[in-house]
Design a protein around this ligand. Structure first.
Ligand code: ADP
Ligand code: ADP
Length: 227
């Protein structure tokens, strides 16, 4: 599903060069749930952005579902990204002036479909995260855990094959974190491939496979083979 070969990435500013990733080989199979761990600044977000086609590697190859990223032009990459991936962030990135249902419909605005179909899919996504009764609320009327579940509904509304989550429980207390993890585990059991950055060892152990990043490299042998 996701295959990275010898991926490196260097950030360049006027004076400084930062080697953010070095020779990353990573294979994530269809239906896997992978927790990515490592200290701040080790390259986790860069890696997630490259997997999610938000950024291109400096060197190396990225294959998504068997197709090489290098064979895509920029505008086709955007289409592939929107079709394939759902993104979840630490700070939920909900739009405060929009009702929950309208937030969840947002990713569908770029697809050709009628209002009725959009709203049906958004309702269905909200029901999957247990928020069928909160559709008319505004984000600030919900708890942090509920807001993150709205963000998950927004991420899955377009039925992506892969969910990428950058510290989805980083701003949540343990009870709300467990709520969010329960939903991610359920989505995974229903077939969605997930890569999640986390700082929480206990949470990572619930996931099963842990990939550890240190100074831009993967450490240990766990990353070598997909399950
Ligand atoms: P993590 O997510 O593990 O905290 P990042 O991927 O954000 O790590 O960062 C990896 C390294 O690359 C860090 O040294 C960071 O300062 C640097 N970096 C990240 N983004 C940029 C950028 N846009 N420009 C320059 N350096 C960056
Ligand atoms: P957080 O701090 O909540 O983890 P950030 O705002 O730092 O999230 O975003 C993490 C990464 O995702 C950044 O590299 C950012 O450019 C990217 N990003 C943020 N919002 C979006 C979005 N709506 N769509 C695509 N990429 C995004």
């Amino acid at each position: 599903m996701i295959k990275l070969e010898k991926v490196s990435k260097t950030y360049r500013t006027d004076k400084v060069e930062t080697l953010a990733l070095k020779d990353i080989d990573l294979h994530v199979g269809k239906g896997e749930f992978v927790a990515m761990m490592g200290p701040s600044g080790c390259g986790k977000s860069t890696l997630l952005n490259i997997i999610g086609l938000l950024d291109r590697p400096g060197q190396g190859r990225v294959h998504i579902d068997g197709v090489a990223l290098s064979s895509y032009r920029d505008k086709d990459v955007a289409r592939l990204r929107n079709k394939t991936f759902g993104f979840i962030f630490q700070s939920f990135h909900l739009i405060p002036d929009l009702r929950v249902i309208d937030n969840v419909e947002l990713p569908l605005l770029y697809r050709s479909m009628g209002n009725g179909e959009r709203s049906r899919l958004a309702r269905e996504a909200l029901e999957r995260v247990g928020l069928g009764a909160r559709m008319e609320h505004f984000p600030n009327q919900l708890s942090g855990g509920q807001q993150q579940r709205v963000a998950i509904a927004r991420a899955i509304v377009g039925r992506p094959q892969i969910l990428l989550a950058d510290e989805p429980t980083g701003n949540l207390d343990s009870k709300m974190s467990a709520e969010v993890m329960d939903i991610l585990l359920k989505l995974n059991s229903e077939g969605t491939t997930i890569v999640m950055v986390t700082h929480d060892e206990q949470e990572a152990r619930r996931v099963g496979r842990i990939v550890r990043v240190f100074d831009g490299q993967l450490v240990g042998k766990e990353h070598a083979h997909a399950a």
